[in-house]
Design a protein. Sequence first.
Length: 396
Amino acid sequence: MLMSTDRILVSHVGSLPRPPTLSELLIRQEAGETIDAAELARQVEIATTHVIDKQVEAGVDVGNDGEQSRVGFQTYVSRCLCGFGGESRRPPSRDQIDFPSYARQTELRFPHSARVANAPAALSDVQYVDSAPINKDAARLKRMGSRFSECFMTAPSPGIVATTMLNQHYDSHEAYLTALAKALSNEYRAIHNAGMVLQIDAPDLAMERHRFFSYLGEAEFLRQLELHIAAINLGIEGIPRERIRLHVCWGNSDGPHVHDIAMTAILPELYRANVGALSIEFANPRHQHEYDALRTNPLPAHMLLMPGVLDSTTNFFEHPELVARRLEQAVSVVGAGAGDRRNGLRFRHVRWSRIRGGRGRLGEARRSRRRRAHCLASVMGAGCRVTLSGLKLAWP
């Protein structure tokens, strides 16, 4: 993965807003309606051009296609996997149960959306049957993404597919995870073979503690987490870990999050993933205090940290000074926890939201603070890389 020792590099988590026309087509297609395939392809081309232009304008170094061709970051897999049908009954989150008014507000805000709570279920053996869509996406990004220093593409973890597109066929959850890992390995390899950095989207490793596994105690959940990590490792087998980044979060929602599992509880298991970078949110009000978890559980020597430093679920524009302070926290805590490890201070991943100021800058505020972060990185003898997730792109 691309790194830098002289300035902060910028990337983001992956999924960017689709324009209304494209969203409508994707939702209708998912519902089984007959749509104009040529018009869908045209709208994907238009939307991808737009999000790439916006990323370049914002100063993104490591960019992607914004997942414009996909109806959802995990449920899109029905386009390449067989064995799905019918309807899942995904359990609600504990936030939705304990705060019913919040659940009602969410329903009113998103009355017409993709199938997430009622996605197709696994009704027979899950197998990989169609590589054409991912190859087409990769070819489009390769054609359009030449202005990026590096391109990445996302694919869901076996666990987030298993906890969204529920099992109605396999004897156990573990058997279903294994089948998904073997099937999705084809998608992972296609991304890698296209020359892209692979990002595994795995919110299940934190979020499902208060949703799919809400009936379990913490120790039991951590045993399930071990299975989910093993499934990821099975799926990415053979791909160099330095070409893989793992994204983990507690759910991209503005809910209460009072039942989120603490970062310190899951970090040891996350470190078992055979990946080169860990992308995890640090900016939302429920988790921005958890940098100390990295002191207790220092990063493995081979792993980069991608700390999210902007909250994508709020309408507030975080002040650049606040973002700079969050950057300092990330640098200081990884450095402090690294001891004498030469690459302990490598870190990536800043969540950025409509902050202007050129490539890799956080506006003009407190340049000295930014230079100090670079000096700390140099003292530790490691690359300093920050990427942005949660880029907010508004469609007119």
